[in-house]
Each structure stands twice: as structure tokens, then as C-alpha cells.
Design a protein around this ligand. Structure first.
Ligand SMILES: [Zn+2]
Length: 283
């Protein structure tokens, strides 16, 4: 009986992982967000192409099944997938990093990953502090070409992306920032890695990740300190991608320029973290 309920639990967890949000795999039309920043992801799994005249940077390889969608989107915008020189991720979970091995194979891009996420991507998810033992969260192991540290810059032909370590959700979760020029104005772009405390995350007495609560604290300090004009993130849901895309098509001011939306998103996520922490510490 115990074995049976254990088995059911295992089956349920695996199924929960396998049953991805359908919006993760639903294709979405690619579009220019601002300047040289393009959205090339699905309805909810955000991938970004940052273009230069001599090659491009791609952020988030997403699921293995996302790779043909991303390639199609890049090409629909008139760019060559083979011109992707650098591959980055928001964090080392399968929904952002599973396609990396295939994208490296197709493009020869250099894969650059935050220090504390390196072992997770190179083990194909097996060293993840929370999902490591769950087969449904594993993905093709991928060799990292450059290990990034907090504050490191990734440069390509004048484009400079800054890697801000925003840990907690994963140990090396990364929030990317860059400046873009459009119509003689400079905008601060923020691509949020993830401030989310997933279901089942232990914030207290977590032997696999003892500093998890402190790390979330430092993440919120960082997110609160970043200047943000253009609010983006690892999932379209973070920043209301679809509603903004619809508004963009209707014309008018660029809806992705949303300083207030960023502020209220970070404040809401910080509150959710504090609520969960209080619950787990029994306060
Ligand atoms: Zn995640």
C-alpha cells in the first residue's frame, strides 16, 4: 500500500512535469520589441534575439521542441539562425535551457552561463537542487563555453549585456540588462530571470540549498535597484507579453516601455516570497 501510494506520487510528479503549460509550446509570431531586441519565443516561453550587423545573441533555448520554432521565428524576421554567435539563458531549468545543445550544434554559438547554474546545464538538470531527481526535468547535457560571474558583461559588436546574478529560483538565475537606442533615446532593458518561489521549494533548512532564502533577499535587492524602462522576462506571463503585443499592433506608444509595470511586478513577487517565507518559518 505504501509502495503503491509512493508509486502514485512519483507518477503524479512526473506527469505534472510532462504536462507542460500548453502556452509553452504554442507558436507565436516573432516581433521587434525595441531597437535591436526581438521576441522569437512561443506564447509563454520567451526567447530574445539581439541583433548586430556581424552576428546575434540569443537568450533562452527553451524546450528541445522549441528549437525549430525559434529558428523559424529568427528566419521570419529576415535573420540567419547560423549567425547566432552567443547563446545565453535566464536560468538552468528545462523550459529555458533544454534546447541549448541543439542550438549549439546548429549554430556553433558560444554558450555562456552563470557560475552556479553551470553544473545544472552540464549535467542536463541532474544537479538541480530541487528537480534533480525528477526525470521529467532532465534535458540534453550541454557544455558551457564561458562561465559568467555576477556583473560580467557579454559583448558582441557594440552590444553589451550585463549578467546580474538573481539566485533563489535556481542558484545561478540570471537577470540580463542592456541599453538600447531608439529615436535618439536610450532605454534600459531588463530581462527578469525569475523571482518565483516554485511549489515545493523549501526556504528553511534546505540541505540542498542552505542559502536559498538569503539568495532570494539579494535577488529582490538587485531587482529593486535596476533601472528599467523596457520590462521583459523569461516567461511572457511575467510582463503581459500577449496583451502588450496586441496593443503594439494597434499602434501608439510602445507598450513594452513599462517602468511602472516592472516596479509593481517586482513588488508583488517580493510580497509573495515574504508571505511564503513567513509561512515556512511559522511566523
Ligand atoms: Zn524556472
Amino acid at each position: 500500500m505504501l509502495f503503491r501510494s509512493l508509486l502514485l506520487t512519483v507518477v503524479f510528479v512526473c506527469r505534472a512535469l510532462a504536462q507542460e503549460n500548453p502556452e509553452w509550446t504554442t507558436p507565436h509570431a516573432p516581433f521587434r520589441v525595441i531597437g535591436n531586441v526581438y521576441y522569437v519565443g512561443s506564447k509563454d516561453l520567451a526567447s530574445y534575439l539581439i541583433t548586430t550587423p556581424q552576428g546575434h545573441i540569443l537568450i533562452n533555448s527553451s524546450l528541445t521542441s522549441s528549437v525549430p520554432q525559434i529558428q523559424k521565428n529568427v528566419e521570419a524576421l529576415g535573420f540567419h539562425f547560423g549567425d547566432v554567435k552567443i547563446l545565453l539563458i535566464s536560468h538552468a531549468h528545462w523550459d529555458h535551457a533544454a534546447g541549448s545543445a541543439e542550438i549549439k550544434r546548429l549554430t556553433g554559438a558560444k554558450y555562456m552561463v552563470m557560475d552556479s547554474d553551470v553544473s545544472v546545464v552540464e549535467s542536463g538538470g541532474k544537479t538541480d537542487f530541487h528537480y534533480g531527481a525528477e526525470a521529467g526535468s532532465h534535458f540534453p547535457p550541454t557544455k558551457v563555453d564561458r562561465v559568467l560571474h555576477d556583473g560580467d558583461e557579454v559583448k558582441l559588436n557594440g552590444v553589451v549585456l550585463v549578467a546580474h546574478k538573481t539566485p533563489g529560483h535556481t542558484k545561478g538565475c540570471t537577470t540580463w540588462t542592456m541599453k538600447v537606442r531608439e529615436d535618439d533615446k536610450t532605454y534600459n532593458v531588463v530581462i527578469v530571470g525569475s523571482p518565483n518561489v516554485n511549489a515545493g521549494y523549501k526556504l528553511v533548512d534546505n540541505a540542498a540549498y542552505p542559502t536559498i532564502a538569503q539568495d532570494y533577499e539579494s535577488t529582490f535587492r538587485t531587482l529593486n535597484s535596476l533601472p528599467c524602462d523596457v520590462f521583459l522576462g523569461a516567461h511572457g506571463g511575467y510582463f503581459g507579453m500577449e496583451a502588450k503585443f496586441a496593443r503594439m499592433k494597434a499602434g501608439g506608444a510602445n507598450p513594452f516601455v513599462d517602468h511602472e509595470g516592472y516596479k509593481s511586478y517586482v513588488a508583488e513577487r517580493e510580497q509573495a516570497f515574504r508571505k511564503e517565507l513567513a509561512k515556512q518559518t511559522g511566523q
